[in-house]
Design a protein around this ligand. Sequence first.
Ligand code: S3P
Length: 445
Amino acid sequence: MSQAAPPAPLAFAAARPLSGAVTVPGDKSISHRSLMLSALAVGTSRIEGLLEGEDVHATAAAMRAMGATIGRDGDAWTVDGVGVGGLLQPDRALEMGNSGTSTRLLLGLVASHAITATFTGDASLSKRPMNRVIEPLSAMGAEFTPSPGGRLPLMVRGIVPAVPIEYRLPVASAQVKSAILLAGLNTPGITRVIEPVPTRDHSERMLRGFGATLDVEELPDGTRIIEITGEAELKPQHIVVPGDPSSAAFPVVAALLVPGSDVVVGNVGLNPTRAGLYTVLRMMGADITLEDERVVGGEPVADLRVRHSGLTGIEVPSEVVPSMVDEFPVLFVAAALASGRTVMRGLDELRVKESDRIAVMAEGLRAIGARVEELEDGLIVDGTGGAPLAGGATVAAHLDHRIAMSFAVAGLVSRAAVTIDDMAPVATSFPGFVELMTGLGAEVR
Ligand code: S3P
């Protein structure tokens, strides 16, 4: 896991125009859910395009430890599930590495099984708040013994039968929503989640795809009421995981910023609850065209053709934040090269990701010559109007893959190279990132 790996510093420098066609690894959110739901189906599921990153490996190891058989068949993964209610007591702690999604979703699964499990994580994950899932899952009857502040390491004792709840999400979080829905799978009756602001809906789509009874009602104000009927029976599936739009964001923004670039990023998932970055970049004047729009594994997918574009700063509408919550670090870099001012607010959740992404990005961007003002809930960036940044600094990734990749992109548009102190965390979500960027023409040393 990234905690144990020695730091891997790498410098990214001004690149010639980027060109070529690439595909990015499978969607991380869908990959986690594919393994979890397949492990709860009765029979053998097949998963193509699974992200083979450390975070997903953490989920796979946990599902194996709780009884699923997970193997490889050529390029595809196979999962023999134990059935809803059939998860077994693991005989060791579940090591979650850097992965918040694995942790929060698996806490939901364990909460409604007769299992007592300890969850551990790396230094980054051990700082992240778990009370957001502990609270609703405790209301369903599970018992938690967390470290101070509701953090990892923590122990959970699940309960059978769990109690169905109705829960209104106090934060816009797909992880919290999904934890409750997964707990609801093995809970008698109807478990209801009320979501005032829509977040990524992969859990809903996939639970239905696996045969669970799940209803979604959308109110005129956009609130979504999601109901899952418990003691579900899941049927094994053949899943094709589309490319991750959150990973595609890095080569896309790099191509927009490096003069003369013309790049195709193929097979990008464009679920509307995930595609906010692409809408915002186009509002800023980005030349991104969607080619060969199609549906893969129940998700909209397209190839993105991206050409270098002069971007203009905007006020980013706060409604789009949940649909691009992971993409702000790289949007900050795009804003640093835009003409004029970009104002981004409503980003409180960025402070509790793999790092405090507002503070860490503000500090690193300043170190390489960008003009930024940190707000409690966001960032104001005054761009260079396309001129390169100064660069010439080493920035700290803080065990955060998206920070590392964002500053890699910044290095490509800086006068002096930008060194990232540790690129190892990139392996959590985007194995092959450095090779992919080098293949497009990036200068990496
Ligand atoms: C995820 C939800 C988001 C996102 C994370 C993946 C998921 O987290 O940041 O990378 O797969 O459900 P929150 O639920 O904390 O917003």
